[in-house]
Design a protein around this ligand. Structure first.
Ligand SMILES: Cc1cc2nc3c(=O)[nH]c(=O)nc-3n(C[C@H](O)[C@H](O)[C@H](O)COP(=O)(O)O)c2cc1C
Ligand code: SF4
Length: 424
């Protein structure tokens, strides 16, 4: 995994291939001033900065912090580094390279919302991130740096583990499955306490905003999409990897940063498995920011950009992803469990050229039936992905329906889709 940068903030100095030590971190960034870290000042600065969550939901960070603080009860901060999205690597790269930035963010957020504890959750599969956080926590404890105790926890490497209610459920001793809300975690979360769940990248931005201010944060990006963002570039790029960009950078520039396409491209998947396909022809001028992507009918999600080569079959790739999404349903809501399975089976039949005449129409009908009918957004994300696939790969779909040749007779797989572990 390479690390690149178009705008270097979070990843500044993160090129040594090992976690930045506490001394290096403090030399580079120092500590936020005492005035900047008072709860009201920090929440005001975060609000002025326009910081929004980088875990996928794009929610204003200050609004959530204020809601947790307003309860007046001892709270808990959870740094969400579960990164269940199989194509995403930004959180594990961040935690492995600059763990103190995330831990600073967690500590500052904890002080601001009146938390008595902060918990950093890291995917058990992200070995370097786990090691980086462990070492960083040791360094901080030795120096007595944090007023609020911070501990690290590993979480299972499954798609749903990072959904905030699933994470809270796990931290309360249950399985990593979403719970039926309300109450939302900010009202009643870990051990029944108001719980601020923030993505680890969001907290790292917060740590820098506390030091350098809201105006500094807004020097990059635009009014609606300020600051920088980490993105994961995967698929047919010459140099795939994680890179930091200014928000609203055109996709064309990001492709160049990744060394250009490794071969001719037909489409980009933007936003990961909850995101949308865009034809390569139209996508290059897209500006990668949450509000711009919403205007374009998509979502930046957790910042994944996958490049699909012309030599692959978009329908087949989409069928594989939908099969995975159906498997990853937590099995609690009927429309999600049965609907996603039927959709995935239907699209797989279409991709294999053995679908019945009405399969396509049925898939569309089933997708209408599952949207908004789950306790979490898992089915909604899967349907967004499906709809974009049926639109962008309409030609491929029609070819398969006519029994014509698939674009990828070799059956080449491009997107990484984890295979469920066999049960002994
Ligand atoms: C199915 C599902 C999976 C999610 N996985 C993650 C994840 O791996 N990491 C993450 O930070 N947020 C994830 N989220 C979003 C979290 O629920 C939550 O909105 C986020 O952690 C809040 O942090 P932020 O405001 O800083 O983005 C997921 C949401 C859903 C619906
Ligand atoms: S919508 Fe699906 S993934 Fe979400 S809680 Fe219900 S069954 Fe689980």
């Amino acid at each position: 995994m390479t690390i690149g940068a178009e705008a270097v903030r979070l990843l500044a100095g993160a090129d040594s291939g090992r976690p930045m030590s506490l001394d290096e971190h403090l030399l580079r960034h120092g500590l936020p001033s005492r005035e900047a870290r008072t709860p009201e000042a920090l929440m005001e600065t975060v609000a002025s900065s326009g910081l929004r969550g980088h875990g996928g939901a794009d929610f204003p960070t200050a609004t959530k912090m204020r809601a947790v603080a307003a309860s007046g009860r001892p709270a808990i901060v959870v740094a969400n580094g579960a990164e269940g999205e199989p194509l995403s690597a930004k959180d594990r790269v961040l935690l492995a390279a600059v763990p103190h930035l995330v831990l600073d963010g967690a500590a500052l957020a904890a002080e601001a919302v009146g938390a008595k504890e902060a918990i950093v959750c890291v995917s058990v599969a992200a070995e370097e991130a786990v090691a980086g956080v462990r070492r960083a926590l040791g360094e901080r404890a030795e120096r007595g740096l944090d007023r609020v105790p911070i501990r690290g926890v590993t979480v299972p490497n499954v798609f749903l583990a990072g959904e905030e209610s699933a994470l809270v459920h796990l931290l309360n001793g249950g399985p990593a499955k979403p719970t039926f809300v309300p109450p939302r975690p900010f009202q009643r979360g870990v051990r029944g306490r108001p719980t601020l769940v923030q993505n680890v990248e969001t907290l790292a931005h917060l740590a820098l905003i506390a030091r350098y201010g809201a105006d500094w944060f807004r020097e990059l990006g635009t009014e609606a999409d300020p600051g920088s963002a980490l993105v994961t570039l995967c698929g047919a790029f010459r140099r795939p990897g994680v890179c930091e960009i200014a928000c609203e950078t055109p996709l064309r520039d990001i492709v160049a940063l990744a060394g250009g396409p490794a071969e001719p491209l037909q489409a980009f998947l933007i936003g990961g498995y909850f995101g949308s396909w865009f034809s390569a022809h139209h996508a290059l001028d897209l500006r990668l920011g949450h509000s711009r992507m919403r205007e374009a009918g998509g979502s930046l999600g957790s910042g994944v950009i996958a490049a699909l080569p012309e030599s692959a079959c978009g329908l087949r790739e989409s069928a594989r992803v939908l099969g995975y999404m159906a498997e990853e349903s937590s099995g609690q809501c009927g429309p999600c469990v049965h609907g996603l399975r039927s959709i995935a089976d239907g699209v797989a039949e279409m991709a294999q050229g053995r679908a019945a005449r009405d399969t396509h129409a049925r898939v569309v009908r089933w997708s209408d039936d599952v949207v908004g009918r789950g306790a979490c957004h898992h089915p909604d994300g899967a349907v967004r992905f499906l709809r974009s696939a049926l639109s962008v790969f309409a030609g491929e779909v029609a070819r398969h329906e006519r029994g014509g040749a698939c674009s990828s007779p070799s059956g080449r797989d491009v997107l990484s889709v984890p295979v469920p572990e066999a049960v002994a």
